[in-house]
Design a protein around this ligand. Structure first.
Ligand code: GDP
Ligand code: GDP
Length: 436
């Protein structure tokens, strides 16, 4: 299970800049908490040896009134979820009274703290650090989030503070089952689907397990195949009181996506596709997971609505045109056979073994058909390819001037390999290496 790190500090100290540097995310996942003005943002940081979930908490002023009180409440929630805290301060403004107030709050949590003294670019770093040394925090580091300096050291200081991952062996595939995460916005129908798939007795068992911090893994057998459903919101529902407060738990969603091989994103057909659905899909792709999109509540739509919905899907899902879309009714149980088949296929594609000789032949063919545009009179050369991992299938290509290969050409290659190996239902990674 991915550990969680919260970024806290006054408004404007550079928390969201740091968040972006750590997660490099296209879009942050935002918790839907009605009535809260500043939302928490969530993303996965993969800069160090171990990934973790980073939470940008918005602002905390140290004054508990009005809008600030709301923000403070947000921050407290984030601190509650985190295993380690990054306290961000502004080297240019120096140590302000509010910083002290915030630190007191952080210390009360008893969680390990790393102090990031931000905006040290162009400043005397030692002088900047000296002012904040009064806080007496052992891990005090200079940072320039805007210039991406100090982020690696920050991650290096954080990792030893995080709890060990007890489930690593499971994440690596302790058995032969397909690990599936079913994610989606509140009311998409996740629990209804899980209930359908498992039957009521199983759910009672999982309720007991749900009292711990550990992710729940529920075994499922269908048509002679074994699956493990990971930490599905639907499985947890009855066990967790907190979920009443935050029904859509972004952290659990990110954690279960990270532990799964195949992610099923459930969307409500009656709402076409919401931005949050697209963000979820984008995250599954960024994580390299095999992907199936389940359009639920298909039973409730008339012919006209179905056509509207299909059109919206076609338009907005172009960036994952390789992903299978299945139309289901979790309530009535229709489409589930097709859903399971799509999961099995996506898993097979994501874990397929590709051979170096064959990959190189395919690369040569792709290069013959269409060469990358010249860079200052020279064509980038692509010499040979070999596999670099699976789930997602990764293809390493060696050549020269590969730095200059444009995104469009990379996409062309991806499409070529995808077609050749019928890699449907999974993202593909292409990595270029200079030289032999
Ligand atoms: P937040 O309110 O804590 O999330 O702060 P932001 O990330 O929105 O940053 C506030 C302002 O500080 C923005 O104008 C950033 O461009 C600027 N900023 C952030 N990091 C740095 C830094 O490392 N150096 C400098 N000079 N400015 C920064
Ligand atoms: P979750 O928040 O994603 O776990 O969603 P739930 O499983 O709790 O479902 C939310 C609501 O949608 C409930 O009232 C369900 O009965 C309803 N629902 C779920 N699946 C379907 C379906 O396939 N068709 C229809 N018409 N309603 C459904």
């Amino acid at each position: 299970m991915l550990p969680v790190v919260a970024l806290v500090g006054r408004p404007n100290v550079g928390k969201s800049t740091l968040f972006n540097a750590l997660t490099r995310s296209r879009d942050a996942l935002v918790a839907d908490l009605p009535g809260v003005t500043r939302d928490r943002h969530y993303g996965v940081c993969r800069l160090g040896a171990r990934p973790f979930v980073a939470v940008d908490t918005g602002g905390l002023s140290g004054v508990d009134e009005g809008l600030d009180a709301l923000t403070a409440q947000q921050v407290r929630l984030a601190i509650g979820e985190a295993q380690a805290l990054v306290f961000v301060v502004d080297a240019r403004e120096g140590l302000l009274p509010q910083d002290r107030g915030i630190l007191d709050e952080l210390r009360r949590s008893g969680k390990p703290i790393v102090l990031a003294v931000n905006k040290t670019d162009g400043l005397d770093v030692q002088g900047a650090l000296a002012e904040f040394s009064r806080f007496g925090i052992a891990a005090t580091l200079p940072l320039s989030a805007a210039h991406n300096r100090g982020t690696d050291d920050l991650v290096g200081a954080l990792l030893p503070l995080l709890p060990e991952d007890a489930h690593e062996e499971l994440a690596e595939g302790g058995d032969d089952s397909i690990r599936v995460a079913i994610v989606g916005r509140p009311n998409a129908g996740k629990s209804t689907l899980v209930n359908r798939l498992l039957g009521e007795d199983r759910l009672v068992v999982s309720d007991v397990a749900g009292t711990t911090r550990d992710p729940i893994r529920v075994p499922l057998e269908r048509d002679g195949r074994r699956y493990t459903l990971i930490d599905t919101a639907g499985v947890r529902r009855k066990a967790r009181v907190e979920e009443a407060l935050e029904k859509f738990s972004v952290i659990k969603t990110l954690q279960s996506m990270a532990a799964a091989q195949v992610v099923v994103v459930m969307v409500d057909a009656r709402e076409n596709l919401a931005d949050q659905d697209l963000t979820l899909i984008g995250h599954a792709v960024d994580e390299g997971r095999a992907l199936v999109i389940a359009v639920n509540k298909w039973d409730g739509l008339d012919a006209y609505q179905r056509e509207q919905c299909q059109r919206a899907l076609e338009r907005r899902l172009q960036f994952v045109e390789w992903a299978k879309v299945v139309f289901i009714s979790a309530l009535h149980g229709s489409g589930l056979r097709e859903l399971m088949r799509a999961i099995v296929r996506a898993h097979a594609a994501a874990t397929r073994t590709l051979g170096s000789a064959d990959l190189t032949r395919t690369l040569e063919k792709a290069y013959e058909n269409y060469q990358p545009p010249l860079v200052r009179g020279h064509a980038p050369k692509l010499r040979f390819a070999h596999p670099g991992g699976s789930n997602p299938p990764t293809i390493v290509i060696h050549g020269s001037r590969t730095k200059h290969i444009a995104p469009a050409y990379r996409r062309y290659l991806e499409g070529f390999f995808r077609q050749r190996y019928k890699l449907e239902g999974t993202p593909i990674r292409i990595e270029f290496r200079e030289g032999e």
